[in-house]
Design a binder for this molecule. Structure first.
Ligand code: IFM
Length: 835
């Protein structure tokens, strides 16, 4: 270890004045007129956003010019096992496999100051003692120059102060389970610079709920010890933990010699201080503390002497390993000269390969960016984390949602079909022999699942499997024997058939599927508690599944099942078009008391989006009704910021003493713009051939476009990933985006854009090409990896139509129909499409 006496002096700088965001009064603007907040021309609004962030599409990055965004704008860094959620200003947390039981660092949800704590670096001038953070936050003194960028699996901070620049890249590489903090320092002055560099992370107590409940006892079971390989090792006591044998040790180390360390948060931060003014940094450096019981942290101090013009790199590592021997190996490995560069190169290669399966050139560059970069990236993060942890979700008891993850598979199947298959295997392991499934479950945590039975959960898997089959052509997948949750096993196809049988065994008095606990709309249990309620939407979802099941039955060698599926489909279709039809739109459900939900007869909740869109998705709506229903969506539910989930929002319905939902008007489940459900309107409009309307619905929810429309200080969430919902026009915060990142919006937006607007959809016999674009588009091109061959597709729209394929040529030869076949012997084909 180098000289521990070389410490910083005791100087604290004043917090600079807060910059007041342009055009933001600091107060919520009333929006009684149901208009989003932004004013001025679209150009002016775009200019305003440009002060905050810029997309760098060539690098697949988004760059932030200010730290004071309305909310922390996140990225997820992960190798599939070790994960870090990190904001544009350096806040965030690290966890190993599960944020529920192996949460390594602490993030204070809902607390002020926002976005604390994080993996922070402090840079201190050893002579003056002044210090700052390359992440901008949390030190009081801010860097003179600063920007940050999120990229695919990494976040970079570039900052400068007093002629020293610092570039920090945080990422999780594929070779070790660790967050790498790759810091590059340059001295731009003509003098020698002597710096104290501190890396700091506050350790949590792994089991988050236990920490909240039992911290006073549990804190006596943690330790942070110094290891003679110059590392800190954090050990968590696993008294009641469900998987004690799988609980790792945590290490924190550097590849530079240490000048000091602290394992005791009290020593590093100090009493009545915070990450903004850590005592150790201000009062002479790390103290060499360790703990056997207490409040743990990892703080490392390194000294860097930079000659004029000199650049040096220091890496820090926050990682996990199962025992000390493995930690020693990881330390050795991480200190190899090229470890960090190799790790970063491998990370980049993985993402290039993943995203290389699809690349499009569109007239709309906002859409192009989303489809090529951010939408598949977000979808993959949903696939990995389900709805577990984000700025909004605390990762406390969410696990894997069956319906959520089944839908997430749809966007991963085209890019990584093997991972998609694994996820199907995981899901079907949660199915019972009678066909129903666990609502959500905890594969990492080993906790018992949540077993409520919903009318839709078990049905989603068939859609995912059909898509995987279309993507891969691998009918053998259907024969794989998979276990049931309650014992026994059966071929995969049989699992899917049992899901159908379960729905058939739970039809209600009118013949629609019983609602059970709820369908896709979580809140509907409030009108179906007594078990008699039925879901008309589930009838449509069921119909969609039955169409897929006919194909799957044939592929699984059970063509004899087709007639049954047909019969069930026709029965439900008849009900949907008779009892389910309200005159201008489709009804949503039958309540316990036998009355319909989603009818003009009531004052509230007259029309629900899902019943209109799925009438078309399922092919069940008779053509005039299907069109009328989508016209009602346009006329009643659509706004300039997306389509409302239902209208009018609920306050008293069906009973003022027991309303269907307690959500305030225009929020969440009650009349918000529910982005997830908007995706189905895009698909429905494409299926109806109305490309201009579909594109309107698509474009208005592209996050940076919605932000432009609402105004950044109204929209608030990230402009590069979808949110679950936006406050609707009946709220005075119309346009406020909520629950970003982890939402079914991601997968379905990807499906809507790629398979319906661009119309390039894998089907069992090949790649179907049937675009439905805005009539103003003159064409577009896509290169798409499909079953081992690269399809270079160009679409020309000389006639200015939305849809209707005139001809397709493959490598110059005219194709009959619109399904481009599989070419096992070719590495690429040119597909020319004329609309
Ligand atoms: O479908 C649900 C989802 O499972 C969780 N979030 C809300 C959606 C709509 O209720």
């Amino acid at each position: 270890m180098s000289n521990p006496k070389w410490r910083g002096a005791r100087l604290m700088t004043k917090q600079p004045g807060t910059i007041h965001p342009a055009g933001h009064s600091g107060r919520t603007q009333s929006n009684k007129a149901a208009k989003p907040a932004a004013g001025g021309s679209a150009f002016a609004r775009e200019q305003e956003l440009d002060q905050y962030f810029t997309f760098r599409d060539d690098a697949k990055e988004v760059e932030f010019k200010r730290h004071d965004m309305p909310t922390p704008w996140l990225n997820y860094l992960s190798n599939g096992t070790f994960h870090t959620m990190l904001s544009h200003a350096g806040g965030g947390l690290a966890f190993y496999k599960s944020p529920q039981i192996w949460r390594i660092t602490r993030y204070r949800f809902f607390h002020l100051p926002t976005d604390r704590s994080g993996p922070y670096i402090y840079l201190q001038d050893a002579g003056t003692g002044s210090y700052w953070c390359p992440t901008y936050e949390p030190a009081f003194q801010k860097p003179q120059e600063w920007k940050s960028s999120h990229g695919m699996g990494y976040t970079r901070f570039e900052a400068a102060q007093d002629e020293v620049s610092a570039k920090t890249v945080y990422f999780v590489g594929p070779f070790e389970n660790s967050l790498i903090w790759n810091l590059t320092l340059t001295n731009h002055s003509t003098e020698v610079k002597e710096l104290n560099v501190y890396a700091y992370a506050e350790f949590g107590m792994m089991e988050f709920m236990r920490e909240l409940q039992w911290q006073c006892y549990n804190k006596h079971q943690v330790s942070v010890q110094y290891h003679d390989k110059e590392a800190l090792i954090y050990k968590y006591g696993v008294e009641n933990q469900p998987k004690p044998d799988e609980t790792p040790l945590v290490y924190m180390m550097s590849d530079a010699p240490l000048a000091g360390y602290d394992g005791d948060r009290e020593e590093f931060i100090g009493s009545y201080r915070s990450e903004s003014n850590p005592a150790a940094v201000e009062q002479g450096g790390c103290t060499g503390s360790t703990i056997l019981g207490g409040d743990p942290c990892g703080a490392l101090q390194v000294q860097v002497r930079l000659q004029p013009g000199e650049t040096r790199t220091v890496n820090f590592f926050l990682g996990t390993a199962m025992n000390e021997a493995e930690i020693e190996q990881a330390i050795g490995h991480s200190r190899e000269a090229d470890f960090v560069t190799r790790s970063f190169a491998a990370l980049k290669e993985n993402w290039d390969s993943y995203l290389g399966a699809w690349n499009c050139e569109l007239p709309d560059k906002d859409a192009q960016r989303m489809i090529n970069i951010w939408n598949p990236y977000q979808s993959q993060r949903n696939f990995l984390f389900s709805r577990n942890i984000s700025f909004y979700a605390t990762g406390t008891f969410r696990g894997v949602g069956y319906r959520d993850t089944a839908q997430d598979i749809l966007a991963v199947a085209p890019l990584d079909p093997e991972a998609a298959k694994d996820k199907v295997r995981l899901l079907l392991g949660q199915q019972y022999q009678d066909g129903h499934v666990n609502h959500y479950f905890f594969p990492n945590e080993g906790w018992d699942p949540v077993t409520s039975i919903h009318s839709d959960d078990h049905l989603w898997t068939a859609l995912a499997v059909w898509d995987i089959l279309a993507e891969t052509g691998d009918a053998g997948f259907l024969q794989e024997s998979l276990p049931f949750y309650d014992g026994g096993e059966a071929p995969l196809y049989d699992h899917l058939k049992r899901a159908v049988d379960f729905t058939v065994s739970r039809l209600g008095p009118n013949g629609f599927p019983l609602m059970l606990r709820s369908d896709w709309n979580d809140q509907l249990f409030r009108v179906c508690r007594e078990g008699r309620g039925e879901s008309i939407w589930t009838a449509m979802q069921f119909g969609t599944v039955l169409l897929r099941m006919k194909d799957l039955a044939a592929a699984a060698g059970h063509p004899e099942h087709a007639a049954d599926y047909d019969r069930l489909y026709e029965e439900q279709k008849r009900l949907v078009n008779t009892l389910g039809w309200d005159g201008q739109w489709f009804r949503r459900a039958v309540m316990d008391d036998g009355r319909y939900l989603g009818t003009a007869e009531h004052d509230e909740a007259q029309i629900w989006l899902n019943a209109q869109t799925w009438a078309t998705l399922s092919g069940m709506g008779e053509p005039d009704k299907a069109l009328q229903a989508m016209d009602s969506v346009r006329d009643i539910l659509d706004t300039e910021l997306g389509i409302k989930k239902l209208h009018p929002s609920i306050t008293n319905f069906p009973d003022p003493a027991d309303p269907l939902t307690n959500y305030n008007k225009g929020t969440g489940e009650n009349g918000a713009v529910f982005c997830h459900a908007n995706t189905w309107a895009i698909i429905a409009e494409c299926m109806l051939g109305r490309g201009d309307q579909a594109y309107k619905y698509y474009r208005q929810l592209i996050p940076n476009i919605a932000m432009e429309q609402a105004g950044l200080w109204r929209y608030k969430a990230e402009p590069y990933v979808y949110a679950s919902n936006l406050f609707g026009p009946e709220s005075d915060r119309f346009g406020l985006a909520n629950v970003s990142w982890l939402t079914g919006t991601a997968a379905w937006m990807y499906v809507a854009a790629t398979q319906y607007i661009m119309g390039i959809k894998p089907v069992l016999g090949g790649l179907s090409v049937n675009p439905c674009i805005p009539s103003s588009w003159e064409g577009f091109s896509v290169s798409r990896r499909f079953r081992g061959c690269l399809y270079e597709i160009t679409v020309k729209n000389e006639s200015g139509v939305c849809t209707g394929v005139k001809e397709i040529r493959v490598d110059g030869e005219l194709l009959a129909g619109t399904v481009v076949p599989v070419y096992p012997d070719r590495s690429s084909v040119k597909v020319e499409v004329l609309l």
